[in-house]
Design a protein around this ligand. Structure first.
Ligand code: FO1
Length: 322
């Protein structure tokens, strides 16, 4: 889908976690052009570290869309230096979570502005403007929601599970502290109710760790369902494996089959269409949801753009048949 010329206000909303989701967000941004993409980002991974408010997924998406991200690591800034961490280590400070010298500035500014009374939405919009983005970047909520991972070694805050313990402990459950009293971000709700919304894309982020925190916020799931725009999910499972990160490991530990069917089931009540990888095409018969098989691996910029075009074309077709 290219945005129809007569509808210069048409918008696409992407729901996104960190690294994997940000790749598709970049493809959508480049395909749609300036002014047409809004990304609602998971903030369940946010935490206060060394006195600083860190919003890893917001920063990953912002740096990726701005072309400033480190493509090897997937998080943080390209060309980063680590003098602060080295000095911190010499003083016996906490070094399990790496904050690069340049990235540090983002956390300092965010922390300062939040302390001065700005909302996370305002701070994030400021970051997007400073990075020269022509996409709207919205936190899923301005209220704190924190992902907690129950493991056989006890309950861990998300970053302790993910970074400090390298996703090693066996997961027994996942919860989202604060979600029950959090409100969806205002502009996300407004966009979902807006007739200019052409598609809602659930990026191939971890459904359990990165998308569920959003769906746990009262009202957001309902607003997604009520939106006139088709909701398309892109599978994070390719050939029965996760492309990156702990998605497959967590599915096994939670007793789920590592399959596109389990992902489709997870989103079943919410989505109008499902995109899966060619490698899983044989498993897609009888899925019960309109689906398209394509290459979903996003190794190159061309891959990101091609997948974005497939998603948008699929959405346009579904819209015509609604
Ligand atoms: N991930 C790591 O594996 N190790 C780190 O030390 C680390 C630091 C870090 C700093 C800033 C930031 O924005 C992200 C960072 N990440 C790090 C990534 C982050 O933990 C994950 O990408 C997400 O929270 C999961 O989506």
């Amino acid at each position: 889908m290219t945005i129809p010329e007569e509808n210069s206000r048409a918008q696409v909303l992407a729901l996104c976690g960190g690294i994997g989701g940000a790749k598709l967000a970049l493809g959508l941004y480049r395909t749609l052009g300036p002014g047409h993409l809004t990304v609602a980002v998971n903030t369940g991974d946010d935490f206060t570290h060394l006195g600083l408010h860190v919003s890893p997924d917001i920063d990953t998406v912002a740096y990726t869309l701005a072309g400033l991200n480190d493509t090897e690591r997937g998080w943080g800034l390209a060309g980063e230096t680590w003098h602060f961490m080295e000095a911190l280590g010499r003083l016996g400070g906490d070094t399990w979570f790496q904050l690069g010298d340049h990235d540090l500035a983002t956390h300092v500014v965010r922390t300062q502005r939040l302390a001065a009374g700005e909302t996370l939405s305002q701070v994030t919009a400021g970051l997007a403007t400073r990075l020269g983005l022509h996409a709207r970047l919205l936190p899923m909520s301005d209220d704190p929601v924190r992902t907690l991972v129950d493991t056989e070694e006890g309950r861990l805050a998300f970053q302790n599970y993910f970074v400090e313990h390298r996703c090693r402990p066996r997961v027994t459950g996942i919860s989202f502290a604060g979600a029950e009293t959090a409100k969806p971000q205002d502009d996300v709700l407004a966009l979902l109710a807006d007739g200019t919304l052409a598609a809602i894309v659930i990026c191939p982020s971890n459904p359990y760790l990165s998308v569920d925190p959003m769906l746990a916020i009262p009202g957001l799931r309902e607003a997604l369902k009520a939106s006139a725009a088709p909701v398309i999910a892109v599978s994070p499972i390719v050939g029965g494996k996760a492309v990156k990160g702990p998605t497959a490991k967590i599915m096994e530990e939670l007793g789920l089959p590592v399959s596109i069917r389990a992902i489709a089931d997870h989103y079943r009540d919410l989505i109008d269409g499902f995109i899966l990888d060619d490698a899983d095409a044989a498993d897609s018969t009888g899925l019960g949801i309109p689906s398209v098989a394509t290459r979903t691996l996003m190794e190159t910029l061309g891959d990101r753009e091609r997948l974005a075009r497939s998603v948008l074309d699929f959405a346009a077709g579904l819209r015509r048949h609604r």
